[in-house]
Write a new protein. Structure first.
Length: 123
């Protein structure tokens, strides 16, 4: 049977260059954790971002109660899982009326909640 591949020509990448930059740096500097990033410059071809990296084994980081959360194993590769601010923005997470499509944690959780029926059991 012939497979239909509809809409392939107009598929767009669903994340911003901001989160892509974080991901690339995270892959190259595996031992460091990506904290955040910000726009620096752009020209007609490229955008430049500065990525803030943290060494999780540095004593100053491990001792500081405000920053020691990034030393936990759960903070490994935050940039790959969309947990940095750029990644969260591309996932549609945030506060306010702009972000109602992700109420419940994600677009899928929101859709599932709206499209499933919870029936109470008879007792």
């Amino acid at each position: 049977p012939m497979r239909l591949r509809t809409g392939v020509n107009q598929l767009k990448f669903q994340r911003g260059l901001h989160s892509v930059a974080e991901e690339r740096v995270g892959r190259r500097c595996r031992a460091l954790r990506v904290l955040n990033s910000y726009w620096v410059a752009e020209d007609s071809t490229y955008k430049f971002y500065e990525i803030i990296l943290v060494d999780p084994f540095h004593k100053a980081v491990r001792r500081d109660p405000n920053y020691q959360w990034i030393c936990k194993p759960t903070a490994k590769h935050r940039e790959m899982r969309g947990l940095t601010s750029a990644g969260r923005k591309s996932r549609g997470l945030g506060k306010g009326h702009k972000f109602h499509m992700t109420t419940g944690g994600s677009r899928r959780a929101n859709w599932k909640r709206r499209n499933s029926l919870q029936v109470r059991r008879k007792r």
